[in-house]
Ligand binder design. Structure first.
Ligand code: ZN
Length: 382
């Protein structure tokens, strides 16, 4: 089998040759007339679940984690940070253990998991900033507890989202940074000073900026403007068309610049499922055909259900940026945040390549995935 397309960043026409579902060669060719693009496999630094699999249920197993990761490959996400949210100590350990065991059992899964994202439990207890995190398990930063979790995770916790206004949060951030962990601010009711202190302590990211926030806040100053203006902070954004209005996405990307924005799906188990009514986290929710999850009969969002590739499409639609720039927000930028630039800069190295091939429709701004290749192996083919 042969596939021809243009590399997304250099716009170079190349031909990929396969034998027994492995990449044999990647070569430059004189020209390619199609609208097929070849890009690094997408990287999603915030995934709670997908395709019916939920990382944050007491029953989660290593097999569930493997199945979830494999279903993400089918939609172009090659790498991820599985995300463990606020829960009891026991349930946190269950989720961490399932992820660690999945990595031990399956080398390909291990290669896809770039690290664990711990979102909570050291977050705001307030309605609004807390989002859907259970109040009963929200708590103050506790270094001993965190270290126990990091031991169980065998050092895999790589991102921690917390609220910098919590008691002891600033020295806690300093210790995380010393230990090489990316500190993200999120689910927070921080004052301007809290944000300044967190940035000075080494915080690097704002998690889903503009969400996990009060419905009503003082117009200025507030924690959204302050994080938006902090050049030291990258921003992750849920660009599903529901969590942030298009104008907010556009304004945030312009303010942060494309160099410091990262697309995330923040997907729950409902992502990748057909529209309908589901029982989710103990509540009845509706999943619409345009990937919006609401508490049944209300306007309240109850999680995200997009695939990361939809965020790439929406970024082109909402912000008017090029396809290459939008792809960069879900490949080069998260790789840079995690110090893994080589993952996306050497994607045309045939034996170890990690890439996606897709058709792009200029008129509808739609990605039609043709193939996902990880470690030189075809893992999805339409
Ligand atoms: Zn969140």
């Amino acid at each position: 089998m042969k596939l021809i397309g243009h590399t997304i960043f250099e716009n170079t026409p190349i031909e990929i040759t396969f034998e027994s579902n492995r990449v044999q060669s990647i070569q430059k060719v004189a020209s390619a007339t199609n609208n097929t693009w070849i890009a690094p496999a997408l990287i999603d630094i915030q995934v709670n679940g997908f395709s019916g699999f939920d990382l944050n249920v007491v029953t989660v197993t290593a097999a569930d984690v493997c199945a979830m990761v494999r279903s993400l490959w089918q939609v172009g996400t090659g790498f991820l940070c599985p995300t463990v949210v606020t829960a009891s100590n026991e349930d946190t350990i269950t989720s961490l253990s399932a992820i660690v065991n999945a990595c031990k059992e399956d080398k390909a899964i291990d290669r896809s998991i770039l690290g664990i994202h711990l979102e909570g439990p050291y977050i705001s207890a307030e309605d609004g900033p807390r989002g859907a995190h259970p109040l009963g398990h929200v708590r103050e930063p506790d270094w001993d507890e965190f270290q126990r979790w990091q031991d169980i995770a065998e050092g895999m916790i790589r991102i921690v989202t917390l609220a910098p206004e919590k008691n002891g949060a600033i020295p806690f951030i300093e210790k995380l940074v010393t230990n090489g962990i990316v500190v993200a601010l999120g689910h927070t009711d921080a004052s301007v000073e809290d944000i300044h202190n967190a940035v000075s302590a080494g915080a690097k990211l704002s998690t889903h900026l503009g969400n996990g926030a009060h419905a009503l806040i003082q117009r200025h100053p507030n924690y959204i403007w302050e994080q938006l203006a902090a050049d030291e902070l990258w921003a992750s954004l849920i660009v599903d068309g529901h969590h942030l209005p298009p104008a907010v996405v556009k304004s945030m990307m312009r303010a942060k610049t494309l160099d410091r924005c990262i697309l995330i799906s923040d997907a729950t188990a409902l992502a990748g499922m057909p529209a309908g009514t589901y029982q989710f986290a103990g509540q009845s929710v509706e999943l619409t055909t345009d990937k919006c999850v609401r508490l049944t009969g209300t306007e309240y969002l109850a999680g995200s259900a997009i695939e990361l590739a939809r965020g790439v499409e929406n970024s082109v639609r909402f912000v008017g940026i090029s396809l290459a720039d939008a792809v960069s927000l879900a490949t080069r930028n998260p790789a840079r945040l995690l110090g893994l630039e080589e993952k996306v800069d050497t994607f045309t190295e045939s034996s170890t390549t990690d890439l996606i091939i897709f058709e792009w429709d200029d008129a509808t701004c739609e990605i039609d995935l043709i193939a996902t290749i990880l470690d030189g192996q075809l893992v999805y083919n339409s």
